[in-house]
Design a protein. Structure first.
Length: 95
């Protein structure tokens, strides 16, 4: 995260990061509901957490909810515009 990203300085950033990492493991294992829950919990701890927004968008795209995916990934890009993966997944969601 860059210096402008308030999620980096948030007092619960480390906890949110652990939730995001757990969500990634769940997603990889096909436990999509648990992945989504972990990403949402991270966002409850750190509203606007860019990675959680992005991954929740990726999950929405995976579930065929492309409009939701685009909205979430764009929010992530607003917070961290220099992350190539965010832009790549936005392109995938817009297909």
């Amino acid at each position: 995260m860059n210096q402008q990203d308030p999620a980096r300085r948030h007092p619960r950033a480390a906890e949110a990061r652990r939730l995001v990492e757990a969500g990634i493991v769940h997603f990889g294992a096909g436990r999509l509901a648990k992945a989504g829950q972990a990403y949402r919990e991270a966002l409850e701890l750190v509203p606007g957490h860019p990675r959680a927004l992005h991954l929740l968008g990726v999950l929405a795209h995976h579930r065929g909810r492309h409009g939701v995916a685009v909205k979430l990934i764009r929010q992530a890009i607003e917070r961290r515009p220099n992350v190539a993966a965010f832009h790549n997944n936005l392109g995938n969601a817009l297909r």
